[in-house]
Design a protein around this ligand. Structure first.
Ligand code: ADP
Ligand code: ZN
Length: 750
């Protein structure tokens, strides 16, 4: 018999092996197999079996079959097949991404599990007389034995010896007398168990929430709901009540996707509060072993709800009843490397295959999902009001466009250039009242870039066409694309002038200015640089929750999901960061960010206020965010994506060519565009190829980048165009190490 094996290699083919050994486990589709490949062993997945052998070929044999039950269920295999064909990625690469890392190493095909030693009572001592006699001269043994009885007959050795200070010799004595035995027990490693439990009670749903809960629960298998609920409308409670019915009442399982689990400890805590041990949290801080434990617990049905970021969509759950995608508009649902899948789209496919419901929740739905709801493909549900009588915060705009300075004027105070008068007053007022504030600046570091004021030269990264960001602690210039770091030089590299100026703002600088202006305020900064530790996010947010922080300053990390009733002020230091990026989604992202961060204010009875500082107060993303007017934003934004067409008005694939040398890279892009245009000629106006052009960021990590856009409203035709590029195009193997990367439904064109 021949086994078709998918290996995690960038090759669009599967490999045939002979199954002629005696294996401990059966070879079936979905089972992992260890096979020889180029002088080493690899782990692949069996994707099919055939009896027909090609006489002329010599086959190698499968070495080992580690799974008693296939690691990939048949439903999961079907999903991975769809992903492979839609995203035009080798199936082996998709399958590897669907498995926990611990199951992908050929050296240890069956990962070890953590165990602990447990003492178990072996002989009951029924009569008191018997007991008196046995323990006549060993009071300590009796105490330990009776303690074990009170603990239900078993307890970890560690607990008895370390926590309760019984000596090991007492335990040995009991073992020697056959009164107890010691067993090995598998422990599930769950770092979340240490988080304190919530004490708040669960609210009863409002009529709007109830309507959403009832409609979703009555949904047909595979149905998709778009839950459009403004910030603070209580979407989490809707998710929880829906899961209550699906998981507790119907006995099914469910997946909850959140954009980034480290950023949403509050949401996760709420789910844990209600479902406790039924939940596996797939946190990015889990070790491979912990992740594997969670995977096993889900597979065995011991845990029936998986909560996690995008890869949780592959949770090995049977009898799936619902998939919830919280903040469905978030770009982090798209994977940045192969396979470049979008977890929201995979969720919809998986749910359709397995008969589950999908709930996409957001205050600012993606234009794609909104359009699908308008066309009737998804069903729209609205939560138009804040719960608990809360109101949306009032928003004011502060125009930061300054009139040019006159010579005679004294140089302005740097603080006032960053924080306007109204914002300073508002902060002062909150500090005086003991209320909390959130400040957003979506740029980390100290200064955005360093520029020579004589020749105008901006210090850029040697590997990327991106300016270096100035960081103060520790003092370095850092590339936010490739992490290149260098010492700031005192003189300009180009003209040797000594007037290097730091321009543009970063969070470090704002933090410094704030602590100078408000010396007694407790300021906490949250950005990539302050959250490198595993639980750093949760630690900062827990401190805010306990009222130990007056001003929380941060990048877009602080815009999501936070629910602190004592936050009555939100300030946006510079709304214009990113608004003019050459990407068709830059306005949408700006609108979402402003709406989301504004939504952190006024979640309690004290109400809230938002101040947005901008130089473009008339930009529609700003205007609509200020007016809390999602529909108007969508209307205007959709209009802008008509001509030239961009999603959701058309479908898109971005093809990025990269290489070490610019010339070869450009030539490959041009040649590919021409071949593709010729191949697509018969389809005329149905599909178009735009470019080639240099990518907006032309060079990243020493590689030059050119790209092509393929646009079509016909998804099948787009798939064929992508296949053509991947299968028919020969990428020359030369010194420029050329590569082609295909990104279907891209979230960013940078
Ligand atoms: P969203 O995710 O829609 O922004 P949340 O789910 O975070 O909103 O809910 C906002 C706040 O309202 C939370 O503190 C939550 O406990 C509370 N809440 C939710 N539903 C109700 C309700 N029916 N009655 C009172 N408070 C509620
Ligand atoms: Zn760089």
């Amino acid at each position: 018999m021949l086994v078709e094996v998918a290996l995690p290699l960038p090759l669009f083919t599967t490999f045939s092996y002979r199954a002629d050994g005696s294996y401990t486990n059966p070879i079936v589709p979905g089972a992992r197999v260890v096979v020889p490949f180029r002088n080493r062993n690899e782990i692949g997945v069996c994707v099919g079996l055939t009896e027909v052998e090609d006489e002329a070929r010599r086959y190698k044999s499968v070495v080992e079959v580690p799974d008693a039950e296939p690691a990939i269920s048949s439903a999961m295999l079907e999903l991975c097949r769809w992903m492979a064909s839609y995203y035009v990625v080798p199936i082996g690469v998709v399958l590897r991404g669907a498995l926990p890392a611990a199951l992908t190493g050929a050296e240890t095909p069956t990962p070890s599990q953590k165990t602990r030693r447990v003492v178990v009572i072996a002989n009951e001592l029924a009569s008191l007389m018997h007991r008196d006699r046995i323990f006549a001269r060993s009071k300590q043994q009796r105490a330990l034995f009776e303690l074990l009885e009170s603990l239900g007959g078993r307890s970890p050795v560690e607990h008895l010896v370390e926590r309760l200070s019984f000596s090991a010799s007492v335990l040995k004595g009991l073992v020697a007398r056959n009164l107890v035995t010691i067993e090995e027990e598998i422990v599930i490693r769950d770092p979340f168990a240490a988080r304190p439990a919530l004490t708040t009670r669960r609210h009863s749903p409002t009529p709007d929430q109830q309507r959403a809960i009832d409609t979703i629960s009555a949904g047909a298998p595979g149905e998709v709901f778009l839950l459009h609920g403004i910030t603070g409308s209580g979407k989490t409670l809707v998710y929880i009540e829906v899961l209550e019915r699906i998981v507790r009442q119907r006995g099914q399982s469910a997946i909850v996707l959140v954009p980034e689990i480290a950023l949403t400890p509050q949401t996760v805590d709420r789910f844990r509060h209600v479902f406790g041990d039924a939940i596996a949290v797939l946190h990015s801080a889990l070790s491979d072993g912990e992740r594997y434990d969670a995977w096993l617990a889900l597979r065995r049905g011991e845990k029936r709800i998986a909560v996690g970021a995008r890869s949780a969509i592959f949770a090995p759950l049977a009898n799936l009843g619902a998939i919830i995608v919280d903040e469905e508009h978030e770009g982090s649902y798209k994977q940045g490397e192969s396979p470049r899948y979008h977890a929201r789209e995979v969720a919809i496919l998986r749910a359709r295959n397995e008969g589950a419901l999908v709930v996409l929740g957001s205050a600012t739905p993606s234009l794609e999902s909104w359009t699908n709801a308008t066309s009737g493909k998804y069903r729209r549900l609205s939560l138009p009001d804040r719960v608990g009588g809360g109101r949306l915060p009032s928003i004011d705009v502060v125009n930061m466009r300054r009139t040019p300075m006159r010579e005679s004027q004294a140089p302005p105070d740097p603080f006032t250039l960053v924080v306007s008068d109204p914002l300073e007053q508002a902060l002062r007022d909150r500090l005086a009242k003991g209320e909390q504030s959130i400040l957003l600046l979506n740029r980390r570091g100290y200064a955005a870039f360093v520029q020579c004021s004589q020749c105008g030269d901006v210090t850029t990264c040697p590997n990327c066409t991106i300016s270096l960001t100035y960081h103060r602690t520790p003092e370095r210039l850092v590339c936010h694309y490739c992490q290149h770091k260098e010492e700031p030089s005192p003189r300009c590299r180009r003209c040797d002038g000594d007037t290097l100026r730091r321009r543009g703002l970063g969070t470090q600088q704002v933090e410094r200015l704030l602590s100078e202006r408000f010396p007694s305020a407790r300021v906490s900064r949250m950005d990539v640089d302050t959250t490198t530790g595993k639980w750093a996010h949760a630690d900062i947010l827990d401190r805010v929750g306990r009222g130990e922080v007056d001003i929380l300053l941060g990048t877009q990390m602080i815009a999501k999901g936070l629910d602190f009733p004592n936050v009555t002020l939100v300030g946006v230091i510079d709304a214009d960061v990113g608004i003019n990026l050459p990407d068709f989604r830059s306005s949408e992202r700006c609108f979402q960010l402003l709406s989301q961060v504004a939504g952190r204010a006024g979640r309690g009875p004290k109400g809230g206020h938002v101040l947005i500082q901008t130089r473009v107060p008339t930009h529609h993303a700003v205007v609509c965010a200020v007016a809390h007017d999602y529909s108007r934003f969508v209307e205007q934004e959709l209009e802008g994506r008509r001509e030239p067409a961009y999603p959701p008005m058309t479908r898109l694939a971005n093809v990025v060519f990269s290489g070490l040398r610019e010339n070869e890279t450009q030539q490959l892009a041009a040649y590919s565009a021409e071949r593709l245009r010729r191949a697509l000629a018969p389809y005329g106006g149905e599909i178009s190829v735009i470019g080639p052009a240099p990518c907006p960021v032309e060079r990243v990590k020493t590689r030059w980048r050119w790209h092509l856009l393929i646009k079509s409203t016909n998804p099948a035709l787009l798939t064929r165009a992508c296949r053509f590029l991947v299968e028919k195009l020969k990428v020359p193997k030369d010194r420029s190490q050329l590569r082609v990367a295909l990104d279907r439904d891209p979230v960013s064109l940078l």
